[in-house]
Ligand binder design. Structure first.
Ligand code: UGA
Length: 445
């Protein structure tokens, strides 16, 4: 039998899980958020979101007030509560290889399987190597007192940081990796309000569902590295990659999204996902099919090195003793996430060459400081740029893009700026007397 209005548990309330739990409650379901991290649960109960995500805290407040969303650290409670259990725990890169660390996923499924004693659906949302869901199916039916009655589905998530609520409530598509009619119908019941919007659903086997996720992120990463590879060619020829990207973007087969050249991609997903995918493909004997992902990764990493080269060049060939204002630390604007952040990586490289680096990010200073305590952190953009020899735009926050070049010019020691994100108004800077460099563009002084 299908539960038409299922009770939902969400195991793991990090980025993905917290967003999913809050949005499911907003859609009218009774939701229990579960995590082993006591302090995370305490914060969420108190209406605080442990990361910076526009709009999420307001939605959390509404969900708590409605009484539809509660939190626990108790797995017994979770197992008893849910008709549909979403597993949203992390799959970080393993400490000793490029593979994904699956221990949190395995623990979550095992813990649920050992405790659930009535028909329920377990749904994996975490990004996992292909074949994991099938392996977990076997594990679950072995552990569960219900045996194969306890079914498993895979439902990858495509939300972007900074747009998490919007992407969850209005996804481009849903992917249901299901192995039975019952699982399909039960999962559909858990997404009824989103299906009612006319959202396309692609129903697949488990492996295809897993693959859609890593294929999508691989495609996006490849698109970014493609334009950044063109930036390298532009730098060798005096061509302008921003104009190139613009001209390419009008071809509707190519399109302009994810074609923005600059410092490249970072964050907790794209870099680790392409590495884990390449690793898994090797294991499956099809490493050659995705060997290009190594190149995608390399191109991406070379942008950071190139950025340091341009900054050093502008500083007169040597960074020792020079003051560099590093504007941005997060891997992208509207986020406080510094995982694999190109910005912070550049700041660290500058520091290692002897520069005095002053990092300022509107939201990520705290996380950046935790990651690299040796760098200097400024409380404002004005503090960071005061007496700077070079200003480096590393994350394109509005606050930086909208800053007035003359006002900034009055604070710095020398008016020199490098735009690592192709985000600044070059004309305005040149007019205000700045030496202006940008990745992938000819130098203008
Ligand atoms: C990415 C995907 O976009 C989501 O669909 C996916 O669900 C998510 O990973 C995930 O796997 O969880 P996210 O990591 O939030 O989302 O960030 P993006 O908006 O994709 O940006 C990734 C990086 O690429 C950023 O560092 C950004 O600065 C960079 N980027 C993006 C570019 O350098 N150029 C572009 O044109 C676009």
């Amino acid at each position: 039998p299908i539960v038409e209005h299922p009770r939902i548990t969400v195991i793991g309330v990090g980025y993905l899980g917290a967003t999913h739990a809050v949005c499911m409650a907003a859609l009218g379901y009774d939701v229990l958020g579960v995590d082993v991290d006591e302090s995370k649960i305490e914060q969420l109960r108190a209406g605080r979101v442990p990361m910076y995500e526009p709009g999420l805290e307001a939605k959390l407040g509404e969900a708590l007030a409605s009484g539809r969303l509660t939190f626990t650290t108790d797995m017994d409670e979770a197992a008893a509560f849910g008709d549909v259990h979403f597993v949203c725990v992390g799959t970080p890169q393993a400490a000793d290889s490029q593979a994904a660390n699956l221990s949190y996923v395995e623990d979550a499924f095992s813990a649920l399987a050992a405790r659930i004693d009535r028909k329920a659906l377990l749904v994996g949302k975490s990004t996992v190597p292909i074949g994991t869901a099938e392996r977990l199916t076997a594990l679950v039916s072995e552990i569960s007192p219900l045996g194969a009655e306890l079914e498993l589905a895979w439902n990858p998530e495509f939300l972007r940081e900074g747009f998490a609520v919007e992407d969850t409530l209005h996804p481009d598509r849903l992917v249901f990796g299901v192995t039975s009619e019952w699982a399909d119908r039960q999962l559909s019941a858990a997404f009824a309000p989103i299906l009612a919007q006319g959202t396309p659903v692609v129903r697949t086997d488990l492996s295809t569902a897993e693959l859609v996720k890593v294929a999508a992120n691989s495609f996006l990463a490849t698109k970014i590295s493609f334009i950044n590879a063109m930036a390298e060619v532009c730098e060798a020829t005096g061509a302008d990659v921003d104009l190139l990207a613009k001209a390419l973007s009008y071809d509707t087969r190519i399109g302009g999204r994810f074609l923005k050249p600059g410092l490249g991609f970072g964050g907790g997903c794209l870099p680790k996902d392409i590495r884990a995918f390449a690793y898994r493909a090797e294991e499956l004997g099809v490493g050659q099919a995705v060997a290009f992902l190594h190149e995608v990764d390399e191109i991406n990493n070379r942008r950071r090195v190139r950025m340091v080269d341009v900054i050093r060049d502008l500083a007169g060939g040597n960074l020792a003793g020079k003051t560099v204002a590093a504007l941005g630390a997060a891997f992208k604007p509207n986020s406080d996430d510094v995982r694999d952040a190109p910005a912070l990586d550049v700041a660290r490289m500058l520091y290692l060459e002897g520069a005095e680096v002053r990092v300022y990010d509107p939201q990520a200073n705290k996380n950046a400081h935790r990651r690299y305590p040796d760098l200097n952190y400024s409380g404002s953009m004005a503090d960071a740029v005061t007496d700077a020899d070079v200003v480096a735009l590393l994350t394109e926050w509005d606050e930086f893009v909208d800053a007035d070049p003359s006002m900034l010019g009055d604070l710095v020691r020398t008016r020199r700026i490098v735009d690592g994100r192709g985000a600044l108004d070059r004309g305005a800077y040149l007019q205000a007397g700045w030496e202006f460099r940008a990745l992938g563009r000819p130098a203008h002084t």
